[in-house]
Design a protein around this ligand. Structure first.
Ligand code: SF4
Length: 465
């Protein structure tokens, strides 16, 4: 175990000091000595562990996972989980800065990274959820919700005092949270809006209305959060969080890391790292943990050095593609295979994604809740017309040779758009587009031979273009 911790950037003394807590958390998670060996192999196989920044980033997630598992017994009396919400880290951070008793985290994503990518231990979590009401097979439910349900069913993470979700992207998340509330008597709340924008003349008015509805609903949800944490969450507290240097620096560095991958040839780091870098944005500043800004800056410096020497993980001139929908946060194998096939996945859609690094249309919020809801303007939360337009502009800007349409099939909001976006890209840009239907969270669905064959054909089309 000490070796794994050192691999993840722990200093030897710190690894020794933390080993009791880590062992306790690993025991609760069912992580055995064999699992630790497998984690070391997986980290070496799928990630650039010779980069100090990558090691430190993994150390941050490992520490966060231990903190989550031990939260209740280590004195957190107000535990709030978030699920499929926009920039809720602002609210979480405002609360945890004010009270040490409060703990707020997005447990599904953390488990995807640590139990999924690092340990390959998600299958029992899926099976536990499927033993309840979430189905596998042809009419499969989304793996993202299964992970949350499975973690709670198996008791791997403490029962929370509140779960907050939103209907911004789907109805699956609120319905699942509602069932958790009814079956397990877990307090829950949800905020929502009405996504009825079209990219026509009155698009700006419609966007204002969509945002205003969400702000109203979010403020109602915050009343529930205030009841749990026991204090008022003031606008000043939220603005302070927005202004916090560490948060701004983190977002800036993560954006610079994204840009380095977008513009460099050869690609400086494998697309398997996209998830671990993107997820840094959701880490709440926590003085008890090493700084995510330092880890991100270390990685940025190391990659800049690679770029300046003309080094990378693929041959220079490898075909460049943009990925529809986010990369997997639970299983690095597809992104790893894409790289091994000699295809440079230079960027992917994500919750914060917009073509020029800002949100469209430009919004100058007067209310901190408007600022939180500005993510409604990033592509995944957008109307189909605006999402398509943004993706087309991005493909032009990045000068990609093709588009990889990874479609997480159980997610109706994203998947239904896929064939329409494909038609638009083919018509307007004439780029090869591979529509790849899969499950973005469930490692049991990964079909290596079939993926290799389809990516091979795609690469031929990219090179012919
Ligand atoms: S169905 Fe889509 S939006 Fe809903 S929880 Fe799953 S991944 Fe998220």
């Amino acid at each position: 175990m000490i070796e794994l911790l050192e691999m993840c950037g722990f200093k030897h003394d710190e690894a020794e000091a933390e080993s009791v807590r880590v062992k306790k958390a690993f025991t609760k998670l069912g992580i055995t000595a064999e699992d630790i060996e497998r984690a070391k192999q997986r980290l070496t196989e799928y990630y650039d562990m010779e980069l100090q920044g990558v090691r430190e980033i993994w150390g941050l997630y490992l520490r966060q996972m231990v903190n989550l598992v031990l939260a209740r017994e280590e004195g957190k009396t107000k535990i709030i989980y978030t699920f499929m919400v926009g920039a809720f880290d602002i609210i979480g951070s405002a609360c945890t800065s004010k009270s040490k008793e409060v703990y707020m985290v997005f447990p599904s994503e953390l488990a995807q990274l640590v139990l999924g990518c690092m340990f390959d231990k998600l299958v029992p979590v899926f099976e536990a959820a499927e033993g309840k009401w979430l189905k596998a097979g042809a009419v499969s439910h989304c793996g993202n919700v299964k992970i949350l349900v499975g973690l709670l069913t198996l008791g791997l993470i403490p029962k929370p005092d509140l779960i907050v979700t939103s209907g911004w992207l789907c109805e699956t998340a609120p319905k699942t949270i509602d069932l958790l509330s009814r079956l397990y008597e877990l307090p829950t709340c949800c905020y929502d809006t009405c996504q009825d924008r079209q990219f026509k003349n009155n698009y700006l008015d419609e966007t204002r209305r969509v945002t205003a509805l969400s702000v109203k609903s979010l403020k109602k949800a915050i009343e529930r959060v205030q009841e749990i944490v026991g204090f008022e969450i003031t606008d000043e507290m939220l603005w302070e969080e927005f202004a916090r240097d560490e948060r701004r620096n983190l977002r800036t560095t993560v954006a610079k890391l994204d840009e380095l991958n977008e513009v460099s040839d050869p690609l400086p780091i494998s697309a398997t790292h996209t998830a671990i870098v993107a997820s840094l944005r959701k880490l709440l500043p926590d003085r008890a943990l090493p700084s995510p800004v330092d880890a991100a800056n270390t990685l940025y410096g190391e990659l800049q050095e690679r770029v300046s020497k003309g080094l990378g993980v693929l041959e220079a001139g490898a075909p460049r593609v943009f990925g529809l929908q986010p990369v997997s946060y639970a299983d690095p194998r597809l992104e790893d295979l894409i790289g091994k096939m000699g295809i440079a996945l230079v960027a992917s859609e994500g919750p914060f994604f917009s073509p020029d690094g800002t949100h469209i249309p430009p919004v100058k919020p007067k209310d901190p809740y408007e600022a939180i809801c500005v993510d409604l303007n990033s592509t995944l939360f957008q109307s189909l017309a605006e999402r398509t337009r943004t993706i087309i502009e991005t493909c032009k800007k990045l000068r990609v040779d093709g588009v990889l349409g990874r479609l997480h099939v159980p997610c109706r909001s994203g998947t239904g758009d896929g064939p329409i976006i494909k038609d638009a890209i083919t018509r307007e840009l004439g780029l090869p587009f591979l529509l790849l239907e899969h499950e973005n969270f469930d490692p049991r669905i990964y079909k290596h031979v079939e993926l290799e064959r389809r990516l091979g054909l795609f690469k031929t089309m990219l090179e012919a273009g």
